[in-house]
Design a protein around this ligand. Structure first.
Ligand SMILES: [Zn+2]
Length: 128
């Protein structure tokens, strides 16, 4: 069984509510793809100080592929050595990168030694 909080009834209710409210993968939707979400991700990882049971805006509906990309880029500090990758790959329908910290948008650059995702970074995707 999964570790706390994922093993709790409260998490299962919260996860179901998020998937009911946002049934499509949010990063895929930004890229113009319609993919059913099966994973609910904390926008800010619990290990990074995120709330275990945030309101729905603190969660993101995702497909397994997007979730793995985000987890490896932001939530796993060992995935890229000391560097943090981009959490959200690809471009939206206007051709702009969907990751608000993409260097083309003047945001994150891989040489930065800032491995903690900012709330602004994660909030930008949430508000689009
Ligand atoms: Zn996706």
């Amino acid at each position: 069984m999964a570790d706390w909080p994922y093993s709790t009834a409260a998490w299962r209710r919260l996860r179901s509510a998020k998937l009911a409210a946002d049934p499509l993968c949010e990063p895929c939707s930004r890229r113009g793809n319609v993919i059913v979400a099966t994973v609910v991700d904390h926008r800010q990882a619990i290990a990074s100080g995120g709330e275990p049971f945030p309101d729905l805006s603190g969660l993101m509906s995702m497909c397994p592929s997007c979730h793995a990309t985000k987890t490896n880029a932001l939530d796993n500090p060992h995935a890229f050595g000391k560097r943090r990758g981009l959490a959200f790959k690809g471009c939206d329908l206007s051709g702009l990168p969907i990751d608000p910290d993409h260097p083309a948008l003047g945001g994150y650059t891989p040489s930065q030694d800032d491995r903690t995702p900012s709330e602004d970074r994660l909030g930008t995707l949430a508000n689009t």
